[in-house]
Write a protein that binds this ligand. Structure first.
Ligand code: TRP
Length: 293
């Protein structure tokens, strides 16, 4: 079965764009057609200045929202990155395969490092190595497909490059993934901050299953479009909000899902990461090769 892996970073509040563009499809489509893992990538939240309590809170919140969006732990694996040591273990090995030039060319690094410098703070080394950790997330699970927004395709390309390079140098160890773009995610972000007509049409279409250009003929006034869009959004989010309320009343359930998810994820990642340790030349510990005493 196709293995799908995606990550969600607990650095901000999840938006309508995250839901319509990504999470909804993970729940409606991906978890049914593939062996899917959805990971709250908390280690990635530490690459720029952060508040520890906030990261913890947003991680719990992201897990709750993923479940509220319809991810079903009986169908897919939902877990927190830092609960599974294999990510950090593999990341280091991949740092020994990636080059520093490759890291410095990453568009997101250049943008974010620029912003950090403007703020007058230092740039964390982990911001530079971020794409290597992301490659480890992907490669540890033998991932075939990585549904991500456009802004992440360069990172997925890097994961492919590192997998190919590792396999060539040290023997076939990793599945080489394919990137898949989350439809609509970038459109709904509405980065300009002021939702224009096109943006409203995109949102309305995403909520009602229509298409934006078809809908554009239907509306003569901005007011009517705005009203219908607002109503459509409320309808789409209603079941998510209801489940969210239920889950918030039962935090023990969410914790249990994350505990089981981490256990499953660990069991999946462990053999691949152990194989990579051996392939690259690290001496197995006696216990790992069955030698006792
Ligand atoms: N970098 C991704 C983002 O900012 C999050 C992420 C981390 C991720 N690891 C991943 C996405 C692995 C897909 C697969 O959105």
């Amino acid at each position: 079965m196709t293995r799908v892996f995606s990550g969600i970073k607990p650095t901000g509040h999840l938006t309508l764009g995250n839901y319509l563009g990504a999470m909804r499809r993970w729940a409606d489509v991906d978890q049914h057609r593939a062996d899917a893992l959805f990971c709250i990538v908390d280690l990635h939240a530490l690459t720029v200045e952060h508040d520890p309590a906030r990261v913890r809170r947003l991680s719990r919140q992201a897990a709750t929202l993923l479940l509220a969006s319809g991810l079903d732990p009986a169908l897919c694996t939902v877990f927190v990155q830092s609960h599974v040591d294999e990510h950090a273990r593999l990341s280091y090995l991949l740092e020994c395969v990636a080059t520093d030039g490759e890291m410095r060319r990453m568009i997101q690094y250049k943008e974010k490092a620029g912003r950090e410098r403007e703020r007058g703070g230092g740039v964390r080394l982990s911001l530079l190595t971020y794409p290597v950790l992301m490659a480890a997330d992907i490669l540890a699970y033998g991932t075939d497909e990585v549904p991500v927004g456009d802004d992440q395709t360069q990172h997925v390309e890097l994961a492919r490059d590192l997998a190919v390079r590792f396999n060539q140098r040290y023997g076939s160890t990793f599945v080489v993934p394919r990137a898949v773009t989350d439809s609509g995610r970038e459109v709904v972000y509405g980065k300009e901050g002021r939702p224009g007509v096109a943006n409203l049409l995109e949102i309305l279409a995403a909520c009602t299953g229509g298409n934006p250009s078809g809908l554009s003929g239907v509306y003569e006034s901005y007011g009517a479009l705005k009203k219908d869009t607002a109503e459509a959004v409320v309808e789409v989010l209603r079941p998510v909000q209801e489940r969210h309320r239920e889950l918030c009343a039962d935090p023990g359930y969410v914790e249990g899902v994350l505990r089981d998810g981490a256990e499953r994820a660990r069991a999946m990642a462990r053999p691949t990461v152990d194989a990579a340790y051996r392939a690259i030349g690290l001496l197995p510990a006696a216990a790992d090769i069955g030698v006792t005493a």
